[in-house]
Design a protein around this ligand. Structure first.
Ligand SMILES: [Zn+2]
Length: 561
């Protein structure tokens, strides 16, 4: 049995051990390999999961899932391990899992950025956006507030300091809760609130958060719509400059069988899709319609709403995010999703309508519900009542407020498994929807003079079209079905070519809801056929191959009779 639990977060050594245990326990299903090394030299592990007896991974349509490109979002690694667990447990016991692993492959990369995650999971956590590589300058900062657990209680909270010009005051009914002063309000008891920490080179007046030495956001380092730091902070010196992003872009771009990819993040409780930088009206209609169906299914299974990054998840109304993992849709025409795991608001009974903008403005009732949730569900460990602390630089302050790293950044450990458990069902659904090339018919007819007529017909039995997205066609990232014939020595091809380019195969994803609409247009565009005439001796063995970049490969052996 693989020793993995879903009520805790694993550091790199344990993650490595768990991955290797899966490979050792399920040798017919799981292969673990390194797809590259991180900045600090850690292997970036990838699990390839498929039934090896039904063919190699590259002959099958694939689903890609990765987590933890952002350092502190460690529950995304757990969600990947949970998918690995669900697939291996389900094979042979659950018909859908058995079917999907017999016919498709999962590429699962739980921790794309192992260095930053290791800092986040340290006994004294250091929280960075992603990589631990110094950027843009290799020099230590010399001033500013550094986030730190000052009183050694294992938490990084807030510091509350009484200040006549403070922005905050205690809520009249719930004094633990700090709320904003009214615009015209003066003369009360007010506070300044800072993150728990120490101030380097404190001048007694100015306090600003220290800008970290490690300023990369490697999730902005992908090739599509990459922009320099002045427009997209943390994007790195050039696209794929960072080893972690280079590893994923090399693997994904060299595995044309990948049809759908999911990138795991925290937090917000939302399913995000392209575009990040422009509205849905710019998307090819057919791709948008499939995205909407995938999103509706994800929402149904997981309970998170689905939306485009541009329409639902902009950090500021005037700016867009770019250079992210949506590269996979933009350049490769792969369906790309980002799951933002976990939103305490959903658990606190708050109607979630806004995401990023909620942080700027929301009803105070939301905060009261969140405090009650911490009291009732987290045993009071999420929101801490203010307590005295003698700060070595600031004197008497109070520590308290939200323990954000515990309650917000990732699911609290005892709620982790329930939160991530539904994801695998969406990934299995995704797998079963991918295009799948299969043999429809094969006939061999003996003609005069040791000639044989061979006709092979293949079809797409999946829901998606063979090309997956129209954008893949537009970007010329996916070729039609290719058929090949391999003859033994002495045999001769009389009609047809050794390699023939056939056509793309439609699936069922664009079938209209009513068949009235298909009157006059219904067809067999999910099938294609190839014919050869060969001259060969009776008993000769001929190999036939039909392959498609995304839909997989069909291999047949014919013995001439
Ligand atoms: Zn993230």
């Amino acid at each position: 049995m693989v020793d993995v639990k879903f009520d805790r977060y694993y550091r790199y050594a344990d993650l490595t051990r768990i991955m290797q245990e899966f490979a050792a326990e399920y040798p017919n299903l799981v292969t673990v390999e390194s797809i590259g090394k991180s900045y600090e030299g850690r292997d970036i592990w990838l699990a390839t999961v498929t039934n090896k007896e039904t063919g190699v991974d590259t002959d099958k349509p694939a689903i890609w899932v990765h987590g933890n490109i952002h350092a502190s979002e460690v529950s995304t690694s757990s969600a990947c391990l949970h998918l690995l667990y669900t697939l291996t447990q389900g094979y042979g016991n659950d018909d859908r899992v058995t079917q999907v692993l017999d016919t498709r492959v999962y590429y699962i990369c739980p921790r794309l950025g192992p260095d930053g995650a290791e800092w986040a999971l340290a006994d004294k956590p250091i929280i960075r956006r992603s990589s631990t590589r110094p950027y843009p300058y290799n020099e230590d900062p010399i001033e500013g507030l550094v986030m730190q657990d000052m009183d050694d209680d294992g938490r990084i909270l807030q510091m509350r300091i009484e200040d006549a010009n403070g922005h905050w005051k205690a809520h009249s009914d719930e004094p633990r809760l700090m709320i904003r002063r009214d615009p015209d309000e003066y003369g009360g008891t007010y506070y300044r609130i800072l993150t728990e920490g120490h101030i380097e080179n404190y001048d007694g007046i100015n306090i600003y958060p220290q800008k970290p030495k490690e300023g990369l956001d490697i999730n902005r380092n992908y090739p599509a719509n990459w922009r320099q730091d002045n427009e997209q902070p943390g994007a790195g010196p050039f696209p794929t400059s960072e080893p972690e992003v280079r590893a994923i872009t090399l693997f994904v771009s060299s595995h044309s069988n990948i049809c759908i990819a999911t990138d795991l993040h925290t937090m917000s409780g939302v399913l995000l899709r392209p575009f990040a930088n422009r509205p849905d009206t710019d998307m090819i209609g057919e791709d948008l319609w499939i995205y909407q169906k995938q999103g509706a299914k994800g929402k149904d299974i997981i309970g998170y709403p689905d939306m485009s990054i541009y329409h639902g998840f902009k950090y500021h109304p005037d700016t867009v995010i770019s250079g992210g993992g949506d590269w996979m849709y933009e350049h490769l025409g792969i369906f790309y999703w980002a799951i933002e795991i976990w939103n305490p608001r959903q658990h606190a009974g708050i109607k979630v309508e806004k995401f990023i903008d909620w942080w700027r403005e929301h009803p105070i009732e939301d905060d009261l519900k969140l405090l009650k949730w911490s009291d009732d569900e987290l045993d009071g460990k999420g929101y801490i009542d203010w307590y005295q602390y003698d700060h070595p630089q600031l004197g008497k302050v109070e520590l308290g407020g939200w323990d954000l790293l515990y309650a917000w950044r990732n699911p609290v450990p005892h709620m982790l498994e329930k939160e991530i458990e539904p994801f695998a069902q969406w990934f299995i659904w995704q797998g079963l929807t991918t295009p799948k090339l299969e043999l429809y018919d094969l006939t061999v007819t003996a003609l005069d003079g040791a000639n044989y007529h061979i006709r092979m017909t293949v079809h797409n039995t999946g829901w998606l079209p063979s090309y997956c997205t129209k954008n893949a066609l537009k970007k010329e990232r996916v070729r039609p079905v290719i058929a090949e014939i391999e003859l033994p020595d002495g045999a001769e091809l009389k009609t047809g070519k050794q390699r023939m380019t056939l056509q793309q195969l439609e699936g069922r994803s664009h079938t209209p809801v009513s068949n009235v609409r298909s009157f006059g247009t219904a067809n067999t565009a999910d099938r294609t056929m190839v014919e050869w005439v060969v001259k060969a001796l009776k008993g000769s063995e001929i190999q036939l191959i039909a392959r498609h970049d995304r839909a997989g490969t069909v291999r047949e052996t014919v013995i001439l009779e």
